[in-house]
Design a protein around this ligand. Structure first.
Ligand SMILES: [Zn+2]
Length: 170
């Protein structure tokens, strides 16, 4: 299958899956990624490894996909459909769509420096939740104090329990 027909096919599948529940969304992300991965490798190899890891390590039972996150993903998808002739940009949009669904973030806050989206991660050095600006990479703790890079170990997307304990979600 050619890359453009693959993109058209996956956009139809995502459109149906995004409004549904975690299991269906993740199942759809994995099956669409199966179709796109071989093209992605030649477009952006490091993004390919990153998306692979995100999808291999996500657990539908443990993550939060809020209504807001679904709306962000729908926005990415609509742009993807508009940009269907720009394959490179479509892949960037697809990577963003996967992140928007799998990494918790909210629209009522942003990076103090660049107003970028803040994605929630768990830092295994401090055993705490922190936020990373998706645009400039600045790190903040949950009270929006800056966190030094030296205080940070491996980051992985924060899960439901971690967000609950920190009262980020109810
Ligand atoms: Zn920023």
């Amino acid at each position: 299958m050619k890359v453009k027909s693959a993109l058209i096919m996956i956009s139809g599948k995502l459109e149906t899956a995004i409004p549904s529940d975690n299991h269906e969304i993740i199942c759809c992300l994995k099956s669409t990624w199966d179709k796109l991965k071989r093209f992605s490798k030649t477009i952006d190899s490091s993004a390919t490894i990153y998306i692979d890891e995100l999808l291999n390590n996500c657990d539908a039972e443990k993550i939060i996909i809020s209504q807001e996150m679904k709306e962000d993903a729908m926005h990415d998808l609509n742009r993807l459909k508009e940009e269907i002739n720009n394959v490179y940009f479509c892949f960037k949009l697809y990577y963003g769509l996967v992140e928007d669904l799998l990494i918790y973030h909210r629209s009522d806050e942003c990076c103090h420096l660049c107003e970028g989206q803040l994605n929630y991660y768990f830092n295994d050095v401090s055993n705490s939740v922190l936020k990373e600006c998706a645009t400039c990479g600045r790190l903040y703790d949950i009270d929006m104090r800056l966190v030094e890079f030296s205080e940070v170990g491996m980051l992985r997307p924060a899960n439901r329990d971690e967000l609950l304990i920190n009262k980020i979600i109810k």
